[in-house]
Design a protein around this ligand. Sequence first.
Ligand SMILES: [Zn+2]
Length: 519
Amino acid sequence: MSIQLFDTTLRDGTQREGVSLTTEDKTRIARELDALGLHYIEAGFPTSNPKDLEFFENFDAAELRNARLVAFTRARRPGGSAEDDPAITTLPRLSAPVACIVAKSWKLHVEKVLRATIEENRASVRDTVAYLKTAGKEVIFDAEHYFDGFRDDPEYALSILRTAAEAGATTLVLCDTNGGTLPTELKAVVGRTVREFPGMEIGIHTHNDAGCGVANALAAVEAGATHVQGTINGVGERCGNCDLITTIANLQLKMGLKVLDDERLRRLTEVSNYVSELMNLTPDSHRPYVGHSAFAHKGGLHMNGIFKDPATYEHVAPEQVGNVRRTPVGELSGKNAIRAKAKELGLDAVDVAAVLSAIKQREYEGYHYEAADASLALLIGRTTGDTKPLFELETFRIISEKRADGQTNTEATVKLLVKGQRTISTAEGNGPVNALDRAMRQAIGPYYPELKEIHLSNYKVRILDEHRATAATTRVLIDSTDGKHVWGAVGVGENIIEASWQALVDGLEYGVNASSEKR
Ligand SMILES: [Zn+2]
């Protein structure tokens, strides 16, 4: 059985609150998904907003090597005609060879929301599918609220699918639009529908409102669905869509269905991070399969097992999805963990006892290495002399000014010695850390061009020992990324600027070292 993967990150995924993609972002994501080997990329609803239209007008679908580009639209309005409806007549002139048409399959919705007769709803589906089919498009039909509709009146829900199939749709997609259906019921309905349409491609489109987005997609495949819709990282409205990343990994590694070749499966982690990055979302480190912590082993007993045989505490091998096994090192870790970490970093001659005692001392002072893999790698590298600092600090200075008109200005000046050259640089920022980051990059950027690819993705501050009467200690965690990988760095000080500076420097130093090793 072959499964068609249909990605709607660029259409349904953009419904997520706070997400806004430019046409350029969409183009980059579409190319990335194509390279991953997905079969369909639904890139938007061209007549719903000018940005989506601009994308479809400028992007040549023939550019995609693997995927077919899909334009989304709705069925024509009740009482109207497809020929006079711009939401439909716009599609034939676009290069996207596939049209995905959504229409209602729940009687309640037809009567209450559309205020149309059931016959008129069928006519609308028939006209729209036939029009786009005649225009030469492959037509995929999305039956909205299919599961609620089926619960209410199975014959009616099925009749809408029949109408779409007779008019020329080649794939019938059953949508759990409200995301509230549970796997057992969903599987039964999909099974029944598959039997009603022998030879037709039956698809599944699920949402995660009941926490079952992925589970429902898998249940549908078990019941005979052969087309799966979802989004990268499950981005989408409310609680999100079915996460295509997890779904792909499960289909292939758990259900034995070959959906991508092994080489492409190993790109899942990278693609997941890339899309988070372009959407400006902090990657959730606990995502199944691809999260930064998905294969991080912390408990002593677990670590012991992992060293003997990774299968003891891992459900799949991290490499299969392009992730890596991590053994976060903290004050509870033993020498084995340090050795494993050094091996992971490719460092041989590590004085394990010295590293361990340095970690213990630093953690006592307030450092925390579990979430700061970059700082830990640097700490180990410094003990062996494998890590060289990017520069030497002479001084830095920050001026923050609040004016009577409410404006705040911040400016940072750094004086550094970079590769033997003394450089002085001043930059403004929207806060002290931002100004400092800019001034430092400005000073060292010419010596390290790879810095352009690296930026901060997350900044966290914690005050330690709040109960102490003396000044509290501040711990800053900074995540940096080059768009493909994420790494964490830590800084500690009595002063938030000092703590931030340490984390900033570690984050950049690690990034530059990692990128020069790649070459
Ligand atoms: Zn949806």
